[in-house]
Design a protein around this ligand. Structure first.
Ligand SMILES: Cc1cc2nc3c(=O)[nH]c(=O)nc-3n(C[C@H](O)[C@H](O)[C@H](O)COP(=O)(O)OP(=O)(O)OC[C@H]3O[C@@H](n4cnc5c(N)ncnc54)[C@H](O)[C@@H]3O)c2cc1C
Ligand code: SF4
Length: 338
């Protein structure tokens, strides 16, 4: 690992100022992603700004009836928080589908949003990768791309965003509150992460000096009719091949409101508002869910090894929506598909 200096910030303003004054500095929270990337020489900050003492560990009621989750709330505390378990079970389930208990104890809410892709070439500094080194090429296009994206790709990058938690946050319509030298602002979740386009080195729309303060959940919880279905090569401790966050509000036997987002298929958690509108007012049955899946995937494209994901994603969408409609969410402790 390369040498770096270290500073601990006690106030948000200090952390932001430290970051703004040194473009090669980085914030560190749980360190579960950043330290790996430093060891692999993918990230080489000359200065680490430790933010773990900032007062961002609360889970508080928001004035609009939702919840405000501090950026430093550990993933495990969030998943087992009674308010999250009872009101936002989709979020609790998605978090418990990810990583391992030890990692979830360290990993923070803000860090989870900013974890980087698991594309093998991104980690292997001996290979071309536009995300790691802009303009060097994309080794995955013609290479090992079983894990890679089928939606929203570009000729410059076909990487996926690896987070489970973010897929549920996208479906729930969360917002991200950030602070920079210019003050605070709020970013809707669908605008937080980016598609690769011709600048795949940029994963998100945060400005360089901005610190995530909180993730805010809206009052609508979808309690009762949600499911997070994660399909992977092993039953535990593996990133998603595809994952689905499904949430429905049922009224008199039909769908009053629907949310549908996928992980493992794109450079960002992929939510489709047109498919959600299509589901509204329809019967919650297999025929409707099949049509929704076809619409969701109508622009999907594989790159060889990952062609299988298109059919897998279709079946996962139908399964997750069926589980949500029946009020029988996918268990994250018994991971056999119900
Ligand atoms: C073996 C392994 C398996 C895993 N499996 C899964 C999985 O199945 N599903 C899944 O979703 N995740 C998985 N993860 C990823 C894990 O969830 C992330 O590493 C973790 O959430 C990152 O949080 P952190 O606090 O440790 O971030 P850090 O490593 O501290 O930081 C990550 C990035 O976020 C930045 N950052 C952190 N906090 C802030 C903030 N408040 N504001 C601005 N920038 C900030 C840092 O500068 C850095 O760039 C796995 C990780 C490992 C190592
Ligand atoms: S898919 Fe993206 S991250 Fe992977 S090698 Fe290509 S440019 Fe790099």
């Amino acid at each position: 690992m390369k040498r770096f200096s270290y500073v601990r910030a006690d106030e948000v303003a200090t952390a932001v100022r430290e970051r703004a004054s040194d473009p090669t500095a980085m914030f560190i929270a749980g360190g579960t992603n950043l330290l790996d990337l430093m060891k692999y020489h993918v990230e080489a900050p000359t200065r680490l700004i430790d933010i773990t003492r900032l007062p961002l560990r609360g889970i508080e009621a928001a004035p609009d009836g939702g919840l405000r989750i501090g950026a430093l709330v550990p993933n495990s505390d969030l998943a087992y928080d009674p308010q999250i378990e009872q009101r936002y079970p989709l979020l609790a389930s998605a978090i418990l589908a990810g990583a391992s208990p030890q990692l979830r104890n360290m990993a923070s809410t803000g860090g989870n949003l900013l974890q980087r892709t698991r594309c093998h070439y991104f980690y292997d500094t001996s290979t071309p990768c536009n995300k790691r080194e802009p303009g060097s090429g994309c080794s995955a296009l013609q290479g090992l791309n079983r894990q890679h994206a089928i939606l929203g790709t570009s000729e410059h990058c076909i990487a996926t965003h690896p987070s489970d938690m973010c897929v549920a946050l996208a479906a729930l319509g969360a917002t991200v509150r950030v602070a920079g030298t210019g003050g605070e602002r709020t970013i809707p979740f669908e605008e937080f992460h980016r598609l690769p386009g011709d600048a795949p080195e940029r994963d998100n729309n945060l400005a360089a000096d901005e610190l995530i303060l909180s993730v805010d959940l809206p009052a609508e919880t979808f309690t009762g009719n949600t499911s997070y279905l994660k399909l992977r090569d092993r039953l535990s401790y593996a990133f998603a091949l595809v994952s689905v966050a499904a949430a429905l509000r049922l009224d008199g036997g039909s769908i009053a409101e629907a949310r549908l987002a996928m992980g493992g298929v794109a450079h960002k958690p992929w939510r489709d508002l047109e498919v959600e509108a299509f589901l509204k007012g329809r019967q919650p049955d297999a025929a409707t869910f099949g049509q929704a899946a076809d619409r969701f995937l109508n622009s999907a494209r594989g790159f060889g090894e990952n062609d299988f994901k298109i059919d897998l994603a279709r079946r996962a969408i139908v399964r997750a929506l069926s589980q949500a409609a029946a009020g029988r969410p996918q268990s994250q402790t018994d991971k056999r598909i119900q």
